[in-house]
Write a new protein. Structure first.
Length: 669
């Protein structure tokens, strides 16, 4: 092995060896450029020690390696770990190491925007008001307190959060903002117009981030700059020094000061950090979201691309992601296509060639990828995660009205003096909760379908890749997803029907609910377990929660919750049982200010009682905590209770009739 800088010397020495026939096969010019470019990026591994201990202590060994890799490669990387290995957490961990380069822009599928906001708040403990989320419509459920901006608002959108989360489709609408070339510093009586240039650079100081322009002069002959102080470190506000308070800075340069409240840093003012989740969304070079996103990614100082399937079916789909990371290297799609895609006809590069070279090149310069089977010894047997959905304001109106009605009844119960009236009001209370249950199920349908649509896209990509996986170096088939949709009453099947309809439009799946004949259930299970073309199982928690073996699935998604914790554990264990060869990832799709708040709280109480009975036994189910801070609903997470429950818990512990005084979290008026 020798450094790239010594390549020419090595070639010359080898070619001059006498008595031996030495053939020197020169590296392809693209490969050489890629290696040189990657060698020039700064090694930031020393910043790893700046990661908060609350995050570092929760990382598994392979995740720590992933964070170090991303820092070592200058923060411009493709994290291609297989689905379920914690790419989101690793990306957040990297941003915690380079806090001085905040703010951060997160590009994500629309269904995952609030999920990202929740994860950022929980892991980094950032005030929700400093996390900005751009939504297509006002969210009707935002207990997290995040700063929500409507994308179709008439006013200009300013991405002034410490973390700014938008969908890929929103990039084209915000393209001018993201690529802005100027910003303003305003005070009550005057304003400065500051133009940016290519000579822009950042000076890092202990008390924050000072930014200044080199080679730019104002009419007064001073260079402008701005800095962030500790006391306003998390607010996104900065100070600009001016007038008689001008101070010498970096030799020739001077900075100006105004009131901190008069200046707000927007993302476009700082070439900071961008995380692109599910970066395979950028595979199509002709798509508007791709053409809008790539320039934004290229101008950022740090870019972290996340995708478990970055190449969907052919190497050409990698090109735009590579171009985003190293535009000076991957600047000719035709050269890339001819070398790695077997050439093409009329610019359509559908083939694959030189797979091993491209794979090794990416691993050496910009990509890290681990499969579940490679790190299985480090994974917990079950990994649970909350996914917070964004519900439309119009869908939340009837639920909010019912919560207000419930609050009135609750207050009346407190003031009651007769037992008869108390019992009557409790009956009314239960009826209202049942209405909230039904309305919540209806309100969650669009958001659940949106989330499943994202999952479907991943599954479809895996389907398309099956026939080509021997040719492609990055394509691994995803495990089948098991969608558990627990309807409290099987006859109320709107949610399960919507899930089924969403899946059947794109992939083959089975459905088992209360209406499925007993004689047909086993054949459906057999099909799910043995047929490669069936990608999902849509289940009612009552009908599908007991007696079924669905170990072909390693992913379980709960679209709704059950009142009975035993039912939840049983449903999880359809996949987590003897015969399962992988870690099982479990996702709970939750919406704040809905019935999920009530059920979650009731399940917690019941599981706490169950855990007290099971504590001290060797068979206690241990589940790693995945969220160090309180959820946006400000409730204890389910994990702390589930970790005490034996995975083979049978039957019901209690039913909803045990509900007396649910600890309801009421929405703000």
């Amino acid at each position: 092995m020798f450094p790239m800088s010594s390549l020419q010397v090595a070639e010359k020495v080898l070619s001059e060896i006498s008595g031996a026939n030495v053939e020197v096969e020169k590296l392809d010019s693209l490969v050489r450029r890629a290696i040189v470019a990657a060698s020039a990026v700064p090694d930031l591994r020393d910043l790893y020690n700046g990661m908060p201990s609350v995050i570092e202590s929760k990382l598994m060994p392979f995740q720590r390696d992933g964070v170090r890799f991303m820092l070592q490669h200058g923060g411009r990387v493709l994290l291609a770990d297989e689905m379920g290995l914690g790419k989101t957490l690793q990306a957040i961990a990297v941003t915690s190491c380079i806090r001085e380069s905040w703010p951060v822009l997160v590009l994500a599928p629309s269904s995952l925007r609030l999920h990202w906001a929740s994860m950022i708040h929980q892991w980094l403990n950032i005030p929700p008001s400093d996390i900005l989320v751009v939504l297509s419509q006002l969210s009707g459920s935002n207990r997290g307190g995040f700063k929500i901006i409507q994308s179709n608002a008439k006013e200009a959108i300013h991405l002034d959060g410490l973390f700014n989360i938008i969908s890929y489709d929103m990039v084209s609408k915000l393209h001018n903002t993201l690529m802005a070339s100027e910003f303003k510093v305003e005070e009550e009586n005057f304003q400065y117009e500051i133009m940016r240039s290519k000579n822009y650079c950042i000076k890092r100081l202990q008390n924050g981030v000072w930014m200044y322009l080199l080679g730019e002069e104002t009419e007064e002959g001073y260079g402008y700059g701005c800095g962030m102080s500790r006391r306003i470190k998390h607010s996104g506000r900065l100070e600009v020094m001016a007038g008689d308070k001008a101070a010498s800075f970096c030799g020739m340069h001077k900075v100006f000061q105004t009131s901190p409240s008069s200046f707000t840093l927007t993302f476009s003012d700082c070439d900071g950090i961008i995380i692109a989740d599910e970066s395979h969304f950028l595979k199509n070079a002709q798509a508007k979201r791709t053409s809008s996103s790539i320039p934004v990614l290229q101008k950022a100082q740090y870019v972290i691309l996340l995708s478990g399937t970055p190449a969907l079916s052919r190497p050409i789909e990698l090109f735009k992601q590579l171009e985003a990371l190293y535009p000076a290297v991957y600047n000719n799609i035709h050269y890339y296509g001819n070398r790695y895609c077997k050439g093409g006809i009329f610019g359509a590069y559908q083939g694959a060639s030189n797979h091993e070279e491209l794979h090794n090149l990416m691993k050496a310069t910009l990509m890290i990828r681990r499969l579940k089977k490679e790190v299985l010894s480090e994974l917990p047997v079950k990994r649970r995660q909350q996914v917070f959905l964004d519900l439309a304001e119009k869908d939340m109106k009837p639920i909010n009205a019912l919560f207000r009605e419930l609050e009135v009844v609750k207050n009346r119960i407190k003031d009651c003096k007769s037992q008869e009236e108390v019992e009557s009001l409790k009956f009314t209370q239960k009826n209202i909760i049942n209405k909230i249950y039904n309305e919540s199920a209806e309100a969650k349908i669009p958001a659940v379908q949106d989330y499943l649509g994202t999952v479907i896209e991943v599954l479809k990509m895996a389907e398309e890749s099956i026939s080509l996986r021997c040719e492609s170096f990055m394509i691994g088939r995803l495990q089948v997803s098991n969608i558990c949709t627990p309807s409290g009453h099987d006859q109320f099947d709107t949610p399960i029907s919507s899930c089924k309809s969403t899946w059947t439009k794109k992939v083959s799946c089975i459905r088992i609910d209360g209406g499925t004949p007993a004689s047909s259930r086993q054949s459906l299970v057999t099909d799910f377990q043995e047929r490669d073309d069936i990608r999902a199982a849509v289940l009612s928690i009552k009908a599908g929660g007991v007696g079924l073996t669905l170990t072909a699935a390693s992913t379980v998604i709960f679209a709704e919750l059950s009142w009975t914790p035993g039912d939840i554990i049983q449903a999880e264990d359809r996949a987590h049982r003897i015969g399962q060869l992988s870690s099982v990832n479990i996702y709970y799709l939750l919406a704040n200010d809905t019935v999920d708040d009530i059920i979650w709280d009731v399940v917690q109480s019941k599981l706490e009682n169950l855990g007290q009975m099971l504590d001290g036994h060797d068979t206690t189910l241990q589940v790693s905590l995945n969220q160090p801070h309180a959820s946006p609903a400000k409730q204890k997470t389910l994990y702390s209770f589930l970790k005490r429950c034996h995975s083979s818990t049978d039957g019901k512990l209690n039913d909803s009739s045990d509900l007396q005084h649910p600890r309801v979290k009421y929405p703000k008026n």
